[in-house]
Design a binder for this molecule. Sequence first.
Ligand SMILES: [Zn+2]
Length: 724
Amino acid sequence: MSIRTALPFTIPLLALLITGCDQSALQSSSTSSAANINTSSTASTNSENHTGKAGLSAKMRFSKLDIQVEGSLTPGSTAYLSVETQGNLPPEQTHVRLTLPELAALKARKEGKLAKLAPGKPLPAQGSWRGAMGSSQTLQQQTTVHIKEPGYYQVIASASAENGDVRTKNGEWIKNTASQSVWLWVTEAGGKVTEQFDRSLFPDGARQQPGPLTMKDERPKLPVVNARPSSQKTRLNSTGVTTIYIDYINQTTHSPEPLSGARVSYTVYDGLGRKRSSSTEVIDDNGNVAIPCYSDDIHGPGSYSGTIHVQDNYRLRVYHPQTGSDVVGSFSGEFATDCGQQIPVRAAYKMSQVFMRMSETIEKSRSFFQEQRGKIHVKLNWNADNSYYCDGFNAWGPCTGTKEKIVIKDRPGDDPNSHIGGQFGDLVVAHEYGHAMHEEALNGNAASGECPSPHYLDGAHNLQCAYSEGFANYHGAVGVNNSNSYVGYFENNLFYSADHGGGDPNDGSIIEGAVAAFLWDLTDPADESHDNAYYPGSYVADIIKTCKTDGSRANGADQLIACFQSQVPSYAGYFNTRSSQPSSFSESATEPSSWSRTDVKTLWRKNLYGETYNGPPLTLSVSGPQILDEGEMGTWTASPSNGSGSYNYDWEIQKTLGGSWINVCGSSSSCSWNSGQISQSLDARTQVTVQSGSESASANKSFLVNNNGGDPGCDGISPSRICP
Ligand SMILES: [Zn+2]
């Protein structure tokens, strides 16, 4: 006679995004212990996503993972185990494993090895299968097992996507693993399958432990710790945590600092080395990740192991040059000794350096320009001649056929030719992200791909190259630490005039360093004599996004200037490499309240051409009466424009043409005067001279004073006039 035993399971595959210290690890299944039901059911999927502190949610790769057991479950009989896995996402190579930890431990003992299984190492598998599995596809696998001794044995099924590193889909994290377990109670009378470890099955006097059945007066057959009988449940010790502190050596300051914002993936094992839970956490600002200590009353304290990944949630992933991996460190330990402790771990410095500088750049760029783009992949490369950005669609040298990415030049060891660490290395990281941000967040880079190789900060190349690279340099200055010396180089326009390239060394519109200095001055404080502009970065971003000349996206500093200046600039003597000047421009940025055409013009004349431009010349006009009666008061007003803000006025009157000038009215902007008694009509003029800064201008206005024969008064030239 044989008993067919099959057990259905409906177990939610939980999103393993454990938040803080108040969240349990992988939860055990529901408590249904119905047996002898010859069907299987589907595990529920991700209808409810768990959101972690980092704002993540997960999508399940596997919608179903069932274990079925058939057989009498008597000692020495054959048990037929089958696993059914169903996919929920596009095809991926999948690895399904079936393990029986107690059986594996018994085998290890018999081979003369330590019976305790090493934490962090996979258990020897009873069955292991690989195959591609896509959405709604199922894998069904079978194996058999002979359990010789009566006892209680766990069966664990796990499924994982190969290459199943943490990934996202539509902004959701994909959970690429699933696991499921049942317990086999093996006894002479015929066994059963339970979903949970059920102590009530043990006969009186037996040790209530997994593995071969042993009585309390027998030696344990498996090396287990003393059971604490109080609790029936596996529990997570929520009061105790092991804190992993992760730092790296900053290659610019040469001192250690926390690797904040990167991910740590860890796995927790029980006292027998069985995987109990896994999680991915973001390292906090202080460099810490807390792992809740694990202990259960069957096996005592467990252990943990983890890996450190230079990847954050949605913005950035840095790869290792050879392996394509983002791992910069690993750790492991035992809760028995580490619980409540802070365990320091140092991450590999190069990838950490690039990750941290890139993280800071992204942070600064987003807040400064008020623009953001999707995740960028950054690869370190020992073989690269230079660092570069691949936009993912233009065929250019090493970018041909590749996806979008940034490549940072590395060299083995501490070779100073690498772009990792130091002022220039840090600038390069922020520069390359500038290209990536320009391409994806600023409506595409209309000037890309026009640079010669190599090109120089102080090279006179062409308008497109200078604009594309100039923006990246400007972004670099925005994205690095303020103490980076390149910030000062751009501020002081050190790369003008050019020392490289075949173009006119005094034409800054084709020099990337000069274009960067112009953009920098637009948004840095108005702290130089030629710099009155202090505009928000979002204004520059909006101009770049929307500026068109003659209907096409701007692809040079000259065309951008038309938009910044709200006027096509004069091309006479400027922008000589452009074959024709645009006749129209358009942009939809909002001009800042302090915007001034003169300030914009002053900046580009200075940074691109080394000229001092103080705005258009001072101009002046005078308004006032043209005819007065004898003794009637006339008032004239001067209206200057384009001055430097403050004006001094000097008024004079000439009573007869060619006569002498008399000073009247002083330094006010308007002047009132009357002729008093006169004996003949006056053909008079008023003149005002305005001084503003170093400029002065004069204007005059003629007027007639009517002689009323010694009788001052309004004699009706115009009845509407008011006389004194
Ligand atoms: Zn560049």
